[in-house]
Design a protein around this ligand. Sequence first.
Ligand SMILES: Cc1ncc(COP(=O)(O)O)c(C=O)c1O
Length: 448
Amino acid sequence: METRINLPQSEMPSAWYNVLPDLPTPLAPPRDPTTGEILTPDKLEPIFAKELIAQEMSAQRFIEIPEQVKDIYRLFRPTPLVRAKRLEEAIGSKCRIYYKNESVSPSGSHKTNTSVPQVFYNKREGVKRLSTETGAGQWGTALSFACSMFDMKCTVYMVKVSFEQKPYRKILINSYGGEIFPSPSDKTNAGRAMLAKDPDCKGSLGLAISEAVEDAASHDDTKYTLGSVLNHVLLHQSVVGLETEKQLAMIGEKPDYLVGCVGGGSNFGGLVLPFLPRKLNGENITFVAAEPKACPTLTRGAYRYDYGDMARLTPLMKMHTLGHAFMPAPIHAGGLRYHGEAPIVSNLMAEGLVDARAYYQNDCFEAAMLFLRTEGFLPAPETSHAIACAIDVAKNAKPGSTVVFLYSGHGLLDLASYDAYLRGELTNYELPQECIDEALSVCPTIAG
Ligand SMILES: Cc1ncc(COP(=O)(O)O)c(C=O)c1O
């Protein structure tokens, strides 16, 4: 029996899949953060490359992947689909469990699928430097990797709690030639304002985004890039699901469950969206999103317009949100500590097409240890949520079901988190309702 399903490079997708024309209900339009009016594309031009803005709103179902991007994808794509036979045996599963391994990219996660095209389009439009935020450090690393491939400058604002938990991310980002600052930093007005209010602030993705957007908006040669949430990011991540579809077909499998962890929704979207047309045509495929109980955006957030960042610089998007002012607990899955969710994933959740589940941090580390001791690889703490969820799904599914989860990244630079887990120092945290109510109370009220 084949346990590793490898696609030949000649089978790597030549176009990304854009779900927008296939959504049962159209996305609510993004709105101007100051006026609340529907946003016109030119308003985004000071911070984003034009081609990425076009992709954000495209009605075209397939968008060709440029040759230069495919060249870099070929360093690690297609990625393997693997049957987790030993994990199945360990949990006594009557289901078949597969994982799509995106940890084999140079930077260690799926984030490279979008960093490469984002850098490519910016370079083509004459941009010299890119700014961004990073939570766990995976996105910052992916962007600095891509910048080194296209000879661009890269500035990363890393959420301070993760910067301190994962010092080796800084070294890797510096090695690719990028610069990195812990956020809140003294480099921007947003960072300085937070430091003046709370000098010990551990940061949040919402605040790091404010710093990176401000950096881009205040420098003519610089644009901003985002590693998740936006439509064009999920578009680029569709290579994951498109490959998975071909790999399952190669072994005559049909998925019953597709599982991914959700921070801003890009790895989950990348896996499940290419299967949406099949689901809408009546195939019984369940999309399951796994998130932390400490940051339960889909399971307990409100579906409404909100800002993508703390300083209210980004467009207003209709999405599941815990409130842009929400400061999540310093759990170790830094990439899942985001208050919002991709508008596309939120739209599908509101349509009842996505099932979301929340897990405690210690249960996820326990699942990660089981995976490590059966399949041999050390997952990123974010990925451990998908593993915990896949195990949960497989234990409760009809015998004979096929469960596919996305192994979004490795945890080799997250060893301090595993050390804390092994020492019994990690606590389970569930977000109190008062915190959600308080953060949502300062969200704008916009109909639609
Ligand atoms: C390994 C890994 N998985 C998942 C995520 C969550 O992000 P997204 O929901 O955009 O895939 C991150 C974010 O940093 C990550 O580093």
